[in-house]
Design a protein around this ligand. Structure first.
Ligand SMILES: NC(=O)c1ccc[n+]([C@@H]2O[C@H](COP(=O)([O-])OP(=O)(O)OC[C@H]3O[C@@H](n4cnc5c(N)ncnc54)[C@H](OP(=O)(O)O)[C@@H]3O)[C@@H](O)[C@H]2O)c1
Length: 391
């Protein structure tokens, strides 16, 4: 069997490291063509060496010399800056793994669509910000889009062999995050270290904060809408603290097919990497009898307003999801920098959505980036005005 050639965008992140675990467990199955990172040259060089990658690209041009030094003697080709990232995204390969965090992943993921036969998407912001354009481009170029997010991966598996017309609803589960049982007043003033303490998943900082605010689930609803071409009215969320059931599809005859697994991102990651085959993987196995019970409750949008904001952005359509996503990225960064309280995240996002007039959905990555830039600008002003008011 010939090896599957991979390009890993966001190789040094939480998803990237899990991808590397799967490659290392099955070196006979994968050949890593390129690894891409943001600004951590040491980590990228270590990853490139570990995976025996052919090429390493770092987005931060200023880190080029550090990457060069860290790869000295390895024989691994490397480059720095946007052009090096584009070179990596265009490499001849069988699968691109899109796991850069945030809107920074938009352009490299779009670039990959023009060269790769398949893309495994962890970067949900790409579909939230430019979902119509992304899916249209993938369709035009016949690129297989595989969902790496655990909820969408479970739904993708549940859908196999079923007709779209037979689907009644799709349900994404949410763990509820660290503030699941907190009252609204306590959530509003929660500190970064409290929001970063996720009960079930170990992830990058941005997605961990999004999980605590339930914005992550809102972004995932928008992601599901684009991935599966399903109407917003047929998408639902249920809080499930154990994170065992990841996603469910309900069909017209009342049957429900759910995807279950212990919470470990290597499970959906390996599914995408081996698709359409399966890889044996040493992960914790599901033991329902010892678990004893699985709990489900409806999400509380009064305590978690980010979910409400994302739902209305999805229902309103047009540029709303792009604006929501950009404002959220700025607000999350401001929260992590202790410039605004946790409750300020929803306030900034809502303020930006209200202050910017509605436009149509971005038709290209360029349109999406322009809307994104304007929304970021407004979000920074909202953060600044809250800072000034607090002084
Ligand atoms: N972690 C999870 O379990 C999980 C689950 C489902 C979906 N996702 C989604 O997967 C994506 C990645 O999440 P993560 O948790 O792996 O994030 P993360 O740990 O923060 O890693 C982000 C990766 O992106 C790279 N990066 C940042 N800015 C970049 C830029 N401008 N150009 C190129 N690379 C850049 C980082 O490089 P440096 O290390 O050099 O900064 C790092 O490799 C997110 O969209 C997230 O929502 C994550």
């Amino acid at each position: 069997m010939s090896k599957k050639r991979l390009v890993i965008l966001g190789a040094t992140g939480s998803i990237g490291r899990s991808v590397a675990d799967v490659v290392c467990a099955h070196p006979e199955r994968f050949d890593v063509m390129a690894v891409v990172g943001g600004g951590n040259a040491e980590a990228l060089a270590a990853m490139a060496r570990e995976l025996n990658a052919h090429f390493a690209a770092i987005a931060d041009e200023a880190q080029g010399a550090a990457l060069h030094a860290a790869l000295s003697g390895s024989g691994i080709a490397h480059g720095a800056g946007a052009s090096a990232v584009t070179d990596a995204a265009r490499m001849d390969c069988d699968l691109v793994i899109a796991s850069i965090v945030g809107t920074a992943g938009l352009f490299p993921s779009f670039t990959a669509l023009s060269h790769a036969p398949a893309i495994a998407l962890a970067n949900k912001e790409c579909l939230v910000s430019a979902g119509h354009a992304f899916m249209a481009e993938a369709k035009k170029r016949n690129v297989v889009v595989l969902p790496m997010d655990s909820e969408h991966n479970a739904i993708h598996q549940a859908l196999a062999g079923h007709k779209a017309d037979d689907i009644e609803t799709m349900t994404l589960t949410a763990s509820g995050g660290p503030f699941r049982d907190w009252d609204a007043a306590a959530i509003r003033v929660a500190r970064p270290e409290q929001a970063l303490a996720h009960p079930n998943w170990s992830m990058g900082r941005k997605v961990t904060i999004d999980s605590a605010s339930l914005m992550n689930k809102g972004l995932e609803l928008i992601e599901a809408h684009h991935l599966f071409g399903i109407a917003a009215s047929k998408l639902d969320v249920v809080v499930h603290p154990q994170s065992i059931v990841h996603g469910m599809v309900s069909f017209a005859d009342g049957s429900v097919i759910a995807g279950l697994a212990c919470p470990d991102m290597r499970v959906p990651i390996a599914h995408c990497m081996a698709y359409p085959e399966r890889l044996p993987l040493q992960t914790k196995r599901l033991d329902l009898a010892s678990l004893g019970r699985l709990d489900f409750t409806a999400p509380d949008e009064a305590r978690f307003p980010c979910l409400r904001l994302a739902r209305s952005a999805l229902a309103d359509g047009g540029d709303r999801p792009t604006v929501l996503n950009a404002a959220n990225e700025i607000a999350v960064a401001a929260f992590l920098d202790r410039e605004i309280p946790f409750g300020g995240i929803a306030a900034v996002v809502e303020g930006v959505l209200e202050s910017l007039p509605h436009q149509g959905a971005p038709a290209s990555v360029g349109d999406a980036l322009a809307i994104d830039a304007e929304a970021r600008h407004h979000a920074r002003r909202f953060v600044q005005s809250r800072l000034s008011a607090a002084q």
